[in-house]
Design a protein around this ligand. Structure first.
Ligand SMILES: [Zn+2]
Length: 213
């Protein structure tokens, strides 16, 4: 079973990807992780990718796909895998599709963990952090004992730049711009399955399991 995860930053798709991997005993493949592994091991592909990154350039889609295909060719992927963070663009989806077709293979499901932007902004903007000891809180879900004060060290809690509503909204806009075409792409291929990501984590997972079977 080959699965692609789609979902906005903060929608919880990484968590769902891990849960799928555990239940179906298939690897959870995050592109970030395989890039790091290739660079750490100094593989030929890793070195090529590093050349681009050292120059501050984006790694070209062809190379990203090559690194990905190299990973999914490994033994532990023979029963399938969950891709997390790939593809991000139509050219990447196209190259992946072409390469898999060459191998007589295809993606079975594209799971879209759908959460309205307002919910994501609310989730993220409730986060608070202690810059002194690194502890993190959430005003609704993990509140500190005393409002605005770190339980561990008594320092004042702050809202990180990344968690400010404007920043989150900007990231979401970029996400929608890139991802809407992918949603259309996988809808056309009739493998897109959308789940309601506003539900409780376990309920979302149950919905995914009922799709995957
Ligand atoms: Zn602290």
């Amino acid at each position: 079973m080959k699965i692609i995860m789609l979902g906005a930053p903060g929608a919880g798709k990484g968590t769902q990807a891990k849960m799928i991997a555990d239940k179906y005993k298939i690897p959870h493949i995050s592109t970030g992780d395989i890039f790091r592994a290739n660079m750490k091991n100094g593989t030929e592909l890793g070195l090529k990718a590093k050349e681009y990154m050292d120059k501050g350039l984006l790694v070209p889609d062809e190379l990203t796909v090559e690194i990905l295909l190299d990973r999914v060719a490994q033994d532990d992927c023979k029963d399938g895998y969950v891709l997390d963070g790939f593809p991000r663009t139509i050219p990447q989806a196209d190259v992946l599709d072409k390469e898999l077709t060459k191998l007589g293979d295809k993606v079975d499901f594209a799971i879209n963990v759908d959460v309205p932007d307002e919910n994501i902004v609310r989730r993220m903007s409730g986060r608070r952090a202690c810059l002194k000891c690194g502890a993190t809180y959430h005003i609704e879900h993990i509140p500190p004992k005393k409002e605005g004060i770190c339980d561990n060290c008594g320092s004042e809690l702050v809202q990180r730049e990344d968690d400010k509503p404007e920043t989150v909204q900007n990231r979401l806009s970029v996400y929608h711009e890139q991802t809407q075409p992918l949603i259309d792409y996988y809808t056309n291929k009739q493998i897109l399955k959308t789940v309601d990501g506003t539900k409780d984590m376990q309920e979302v997972f149950n919905d995914i399991v009922s799709i995957l079977g």
